[in-house]
Every structure is written in C-alpha cells, then in structure tokens.
Design a protein around this ligand. Structure first.
Ligand code: GRF
Length: 206
C-alpha cells in the first residue's frame, strides 16, 4: 500500500513568531502531520529564529539588503525553498510583499494570516485601523496569497469583539489567541487535501 509522505512546510517570519510556535506545538502534539523544513526570516533580530533554534528546526536569515529588487530577492527565496523541498509556504508575520516570482513558483501553496476580517483593514496596522474605524467586531483571516496585499481567496476567519476600552495591545492579544487556534487547523485542511479554489471561493471538503 502506498504511504503518503509527510509534507514539508517553510514558515516565513519577520517578528516574534507566536504563530510559528502554535504550528510547532501542533506538530509536536501530533495534531498536524507535517515537518517544518525551514524557518526563514528577512530580519536579523526576529525572535521566531530563536523559537526555531530551540526546537532544532533549520532556520535562516535572508536579508533584503543583499538584493537590488523584490524579484531578485524572491528568486533567492525560491531557490532556498526548493533546496529544502518545501510543499507549502506558510507566512506567519512575514512583512514582505511577494512578487510574481514567488507566487508562480508555489501556486495555491502559499498561505498568510492577517489580523483583521478581510477585506476590511488590509496592510499594516490592521488592529489600529479597526479601532480607528470603530468596528464592533474584528478577528483574523487566513487566506491564499496572490499578487495583491491581503487580497487572496479566504480560507477561514475567526471573529472577536472589539471592546470600548481596547488598545492595540488588548485587541491584538484577543485576535492572536484565535490565530494560534485557527492556523494549525487550516494547515491541516491544506495538508490533507481538503481545500480547493473556485474563483474567489475556497471550498472545504467535509
Ligand atoms: C500576526 O498577528 C499575524 O496576523 C500578522 O503578523 C502577526 C505575527 O505575529 N500577519 P507572530 O510573529 O506570529 O507573533
């Protein structure tokens, strides 16, 4: 009987890596059948790299300063991902826009998490945008990545209330709790072949 090989993830980060940690924890708890082949950061001081190190996961800094444009950077990124035989690219607080070089190398195999209910409040400072706008609910969105900023087909969302005395800090913490719950679940759907895309709609097999 043919066995299905465990799929390889790359997690791309720029910061503290709490979402990376939730994925590591889900794998270690055997809730997620995957391995993290490599963690790549575009910044030198991302705490996510320390998290990878602590769990014995290969990790690397790919600094944009060595490249003259986004496409060149992404070509080096694709080479690195191919070297690690990555199946799925997981963006977890990765603060760079991907060019067509990356998007075309991994069709329907790049997923991002955003701390707002898209299409509201894309881009930077999503929690501040939500507070400034005065919405009563916000949350997080996990979506496939296309060429735009937070515009790809939505896979899953979670909603949290926005409270009257919320600050960016308190709202972010409430959203992150949902992120850490939801991201491993969505990755499991991808890894088990339960997701398909029809136009803008993502279909989830029961
Ligand atoms: C998360 O809130 C995610 O939605 C956004 O960046 C943040 C990353 O946090 N894309 P962390 O580095 O995973 O702690």
């Amino acid at each position: 009987m043919a066995t299905t090989a465990t799929k390889k993830l790359a997690v791309l980060v720029s910061g503290s890596g709490t979402n990376l940690q939730s994925i590591i924890d889900a794998i270690e708890a055997k809730e997620l059948d995957a391995t993290i082949a490599v963690v790549i950061s575009n910044t030198h001081d991302a705490f996510a790299l320390t998290r990878a190190e602590r769990h014995g996961i290969a990790n690397q800094i790919l600094s944009a300063s060595a490249f003259s444009n986004r496409r060149e950077y992404d070509a080096a990124l694709v080479a690195l991902l191919q070297q690690h035989e990555v199946d799925l690219v997981v963006l977890a607080g990765y603060m760079r826009i991907l060019s067509d070089v990356m998007i075309s190398a991994y069709p329907n195999a790049i997923i991002n998490i955003h701390p707002a209910l898209l299409p509201s409040f894309p881009g930077l400072h999503a929690q501040q945008q939500a507070l400034d706008y005065g919405v009563r609910f916000s949350g997080c969105t996990i979506h496939f990545v296309d060429g735009g900023t937070d515009t790809g087909p939505i896979i899953q969302q979670a909603v949290v209330p926005v409270l009257q005395d919320d600050t960016v800090g308190t709202l972010s913490a409430r959203i992150q709790k949902e992120e850490h719950r939801l991201y491993p679940q969505v990755l499991k759907l991808w890894l088990t072949g339960k997701l398909s895309i029809s136009g803008r709609n993502v279909l989830i097999q029961p």
